[in-house]
Design a protein around this ligand. Structure first.
Ligand SMILES: NC(=O)c1ccc[n+]([C@@H]2O[C@H](COP(=O)([O-])OP(=O)(O)OC[C@H]3O[C@@H](n4cnc5c(N)ncnc54)[C@H](O)[C@@H]3O)[C@@H](O)[C@H]2O)c1
Ligand SMILES: O=c1ccn([C@@H]2O[C@H](COP(=O)(O)OP(=O)(O)O[C@H]3O[C@H](CO)[C@@H](O)[C@H](O)[C@H]3O)[C@@H](O)[C@H]2O)c(=O)[nH]1
Length: 328
């Protein structure tokens, strides 16, 4: 049986995806440099290589691989604006080396973690995969560049590739959850604030052109997302690059997320209102129609479940986040 390589499998989403792949019967090898991931997030007993993505070719030379699930990336929007070189090197040059190694060793299938950040400020809601791609930061630009590289590779070879454009991923599943060293995401920061592990949650602006003045995002449960990866392996024809948005199709404002956190925890959130965060769009809501048609994927878990699962995971740890900079 050929193996499935999960790049970035020690990270938040990768550690959940790895568990779902193993349960679906895949023989998984995880490769991760642990730059933002955690060795103890890996499921017990999984094969693990501690290395940079550029080392994937050595694994392909050693035994046959049927698929690669590529989640390894630098993914902090603010940091990408301050340190663009790190993002182009890891996300684009690293993935170029991976694609070359896959072609050399004839690895036939790829699933890639793309992002809603490739769309920038959308002209229309919900956002379909055919919407204009105008990223507003280096992170989104590097992910779009990789999507374009993958399209070229599929056209030139028989590679079957699926790019999954995640919207806002949240929640925890199968004992794995969000533990970013530098945490910028709303739900874990809100959970730490409500639990008194941070003094407050700063809401980045309440003067947005939205119903309650705070930005709308499409939150998707990490378990629903992980299921999509299992479905995506083999969903594209040889030579096809299939691109699918993954979201619930519903927008929730920051204030609505705060209300959900207060409802789930039964505690009052200490809040301060700050200025808008640079590069934040007002609304990001997915059309996931293509994922439904091509992957047979339908998200099942709602915002309350995401918050409740993230809360249960956070309570199992000393802190949902560290005390690092949240504005990156
Ligand atoms: N979290 C979200 O809401 C979200 C939304 C859209 C897209 N994404 C994408 O999903 C993927 C996973 O995100 P996450 O939130 O789990 O992040 P994460 O930082 O927790 O996971 C990324 C993993 O990749 C590893 N890694 C990074 N650079 C590497 C390298 N050069 N070689 C080997 N391993 C490397 C890290 O150690 C980490 O384990 C990323 O590609 C990200 O861009 C995330
Ligand atoms: O302390 C905080 C943190 C966030 N927010 C707001 O909460 C919303 C969600 O922010 P966050 O959780 O940081 O996610 P996004 O900035 O929407 O970005 C995530 O979702 C995108 C897709 O929608 C992905 O491309 C990115 O990789 C991923 O980080 C935004 O309106 C932020 O302004 C606050 O008000 N205060």
């Amino acid at each position: 049986m050929s193996k499935t390589l999960v790049l970035g499998g020690a990270g938040y989403i990768g550690s959940v995806v790895t568990r779902f792949l193993i349960e679906a019967g895949h023989d998984v090898m995880v490769l991760d440099d642990l730059s933002t991931g955690h060795a103890d997030a890996l499921p017990a007993g999984v094969d693990f290589t501690h290395a940079d993505i550029s080392a994937a070719g050595e694994l392909f030379a050693a035994q046959p691989y049927g698929a690669v699930v590529h989640l390894a990336a630098k993914s902090l929007v603010g940091e990408s604006v301050v340190h663009p070189s790190k993002y182009w090197h890891t996300n684009v040059i690293g993935t170029r080396a991976l694609l070359d190694a896959m072609t050399e060793h004839q690895v036939p299938r790829l699933v890639f973690s793309s992002t809603a950040a490739v769309y920038g400020e959308p002209e229309q809601i919900p956002i379909s995969e055919d919407a204009p791609t105008k990223p507003t930061n280096t992170y989104g630009a590097t992910k779009l560049a990789v999507d374009m590289m993958i399209s070229g590779e599929c056209a030139a070879t028989d590679l079957s590739a699926v790019s999954l454009r995640y919207f806002n991923v949240a929640g925890a599943a199968k004992g794995a959850g969000e533990r970013h060293g530098t945490e910028t995401h709303l739900i874990p920061l809100a959970l730490d604030a409500v639990a008194g592990k941070r003094d407050k949650l700063t809401v980045y602006g309440d003067d947005w052109p939205t119903p309650d003045g705070t930005p709308l995002r499409d939150y998707v449960h990490v378990a629903d997302l992980a299921r999509a990866h299992v479905l995506a392996i083999g969903a594209a024809h040889p030579g096809e690059h299939l691109i699918c948005n993954l979201g619930n199709g519903n927008g929730f404002s920051v204030k609505e997320v705060v209300a959900a956190v207060e409802q789930v925890t039964g505690m009052k959130m200490p809040i301060a209102y700050g200025p808008r965060r640079v590069g934040d769009p007002a609304r990001l809501v997915a059309s996931a129609q293509r994922a439904s048609e091509r992957l047979g994927w339908h998200p099942e878990l709602d915002l309350t479940t995401m918050v409740a699962d993230a809360w249960a995971f956070a309570q199992s740890r000393p802190s949902a986040t560290d005390s690092g900079d949240t504005s990156l």
